[in-house]
Design a protein around this ligand. Structure first.
Ligand code: FES
Ligand SMILES: [Fe+2]
Length: 412
C-alpha cells in the first residue's frame, strides 16, 4: 500500500487489541489526571535510597501525584514518611530538597521540623511537639498531642530503597507488590549495604509511559551504537523477557562484551556480590520505575509525572558502601561512561522519547502505537510493554487501544 490517507492512517491495525495503543493515553490531560488518582496515589512508589538520609535527623522531600512528602530518619534510625503539610493552615513545612534538622534553622528549632508560618513544631516521628501559645489560643480545644502529621506507609526494601504508598488501604506490602521481580538481583544488592554515588534529575517533554517503554523494549538497541557493538551476538538474541504480577518485567541477563567497545573495560573485578562477571539484569516496575544492574554499577530511575507531556526523572547510581576510594572511582567511571548526564545510553534514549513527545502532544490527532512484536518472549519481543499496558488498563479501567472504552482483556 502506498502512503495512506487519513482514514487508512487511523484504521485499526491488523493486530490483537493488546498489540497496539491509542496515542491519547500519552496526550489527554484528563487521562493524565486520572492516572495520578487511580495509579500513583494507590501503588508503592520508590522515592530514594536510605543512604541519602544516612544520619538521624536527615530528610528528603518529594511529591507523589502533586502531594508534598517528607521522608525523615529519626533518632531510632527508622526511616518514616509524612505528608509535608502543616496541620495548622496547610503550609508546606519543609521547602528544601534535602538536608538535616540536627542543627536547626534561623526560624526553626534543632532536631524538630518547624513550620515557618506560625512556628508549630514536629519531631522526626511526626508528633506535634509544640504549638505556639497553645493554651492561650486553644485552651484545651486543640492539643498538640492530637495534631501529628499525616503519616504515610513507608518501607525500606530491596537493597535499601525507600518505598512510600499514599493509600492506607493498599493491601500489599512492598514485597507482595514486587511479586518476585527483584529475585534476579536480590542477593547481589542485599549482601552488602549500598550507597548512592550519582544523582541527577531531568525534566523531559514526553509522557512518563514513553520513558518506561524505552526501558522495557530492547528493539531500540538499533539506536544504541554501544549496545550493538558490545551486545549483538547469539547470547543477546537469546535474552528473555519475564513477566511478573502487577505489571512488572525482568529483562534477563547475558554477558556483555564491554571490552569490544573502544575505551571500555571488563567490569568483572567490581561485580556486585554473587553477581557473575559482566552480567546485566533489568527490572521494569509498574507504573514506571527501573532498576538496572550492569555488573559493577546499579542504576535506579524513578519518575514523577508532571503533566501528560512532561515527566521528571531522577537517576541514581549506586555502588557498595564498602568501596575503597579507588574502587569507587572505577565504579563511577563505569556508571558515567554509559549513563552519566552526557553518557551514550541516556543521551540517545532522551532523543528517542523527546522525538515521540514532540510528535504526540496534547491535541495531536490519534496515532496507533504498535507493541506487536512477538519473538517467543526474547529480547526484541514487545511482551514487556504489552504486560505494562494490560496492568495500566486494569487500574484505569480503560482500554489502552481505545481509552474511551472500559477495559477488557484481549482474547488469548
Ligand atoms: S501553617 Fe504551619 S504553623 Fe501555621
Ligand atoms: Fe535505551
Amino acid at each position: 500500500m502506498p502512503a495512506r490517507n487519513h482514514k487508512q492512517w487511523i484504521a485499526t491495525p491488523p493486530l490483537k487489541s493488546d498489540e497496539w495503543v491509542d496515542s491519547r493515553i500519552y496526550t489527554d490531560p484528563d487521562i493524565f489526571e486520572e492516572e495520578l488518582e487511580k495509579i500513583f496515589k494507590k501503588t508503592w512508589i520508590p522515592l530514594c535510597h536510605e543512604s541519602e538520609l544516612s544520619e538521624p535527623f536527615d530528610f528528603r522531600t518529594f511529591t507523589i501525584a502533586r502531594e508534598p512528602i517528607i521522608v525523615t530518619r529519626a533518632p531510632d534510625n527508622k526511616v518514616r514518611a509524612f505528608l509535608n503539610v502543616c496541620p495548622h493552615r496547610g503550609n508546606m513545612i519543609e521547602r528544601r530538597p534535602s538536608g538535616s534538622f540536627l542543627e536547626g534553622e534561623p526560624s526553626g528549632t534543632p532536631k524538630n521540623m518547624t513550620c515557618m508560618f506560625h512556628a508549630w513544631q514536629f519531631d522526626m516521628k511526626g508528633n506535634c511537639v509544640h504549638i505556639s501559645r497553645e493554651k492561650e489560643g486553644y485552651q484545651d480545644r486543640i492539643r498538640k498531642e492530637d495534631q501529628g502529621l499525616r503519616r504515610l506507609r513507608c518501607e525500606v526494601q530491596f537493597g535499601g530503597f525507600v518505598w512510600v504508598c499514599l493509600d492506607d488501604n493498599m493491601s500489599q506490602s512492598v514485597e507482595d507488590w514486587a511479586a518476585g521481580c527483584f529475585d534476579c538481583i536480590r542477593e547481589a544488592i542485599e549482601t552488602e549495604p549500598l550507597e548512592v554515588f550519582h544523582y541527577h534529575k531531568a525534566i523531559i517533554n514526553c509522557n512518563y509511559k514513553l520513558w518506561h517503554d524505552t526501558n522495557s523494549e530492547f528493539y531500540h538497541d538499533y539506536m544504541h551504537y554501544h549496545n550493538r557493538i558490545t551486545g549483538f551476538n547469539d547470547e543477546y538474541f537469546a535474552r528473555k523477557n519475564v513477566v511478573f504480577d502487577n505489571g512488572h518485567v525482568n529483562v534477563n541477563t547475558f554477558e556483555v562484551k564491554y571490552d569490544e567497545y573502544e575505551g571500555f573495560e571488563s567490569r568483572a573485578e567490581l561485580s556486585f556480590p554473587t553477581f557473575p562477571p559482566n552480567q546485566w539484569y533489568m527490572i521494569d516496575m509498574f507504573p514506571g520505575m527501573n532498576f538496572n544492574l550492569r555488573g559493577s554499577a546499579l542504576r535506579a530511575d524513578t519518575v514523577t509525572p508532571l503533566a501528560a507531556d512532561k515527566v521528571m526523572i531522577e537517576f541514581r547510581g549506586l555502588g557498595l558502601k564498602s568501596d575503597t576510594p579507588e574502587e569507587r572511582m572505577i565504579r563511577v567511571n563505569h556508571h558515567n561512561s554509559i549513563w552519566g548526564p552526557f553518557g551514550r545510553n541516556l543521551h540517545e534514549d532522551l532523543i528517542g522519547v523527546t522525538g515521540q513527545g514532540s510528535a504526540m502532544q496534547t491535541g495531536s490527532d490519534v496515532r496507533r502505537i504498535l507493541h506487536g512484536r512477538r519473538e517467543d518472549n526474547l529480547i526484541h519481543d514487545e511482551v514487556g510493554m504489552r504486560h505494562f499496558y494490560k496492568e495500566w488498563g486494569k487500574w484505569m479501567n480503560r482500554m489502552p487501544s481505545d481509552p474511551m472504552k472500559k477495559y477488557m482483556a484481549a482474547a488469548e
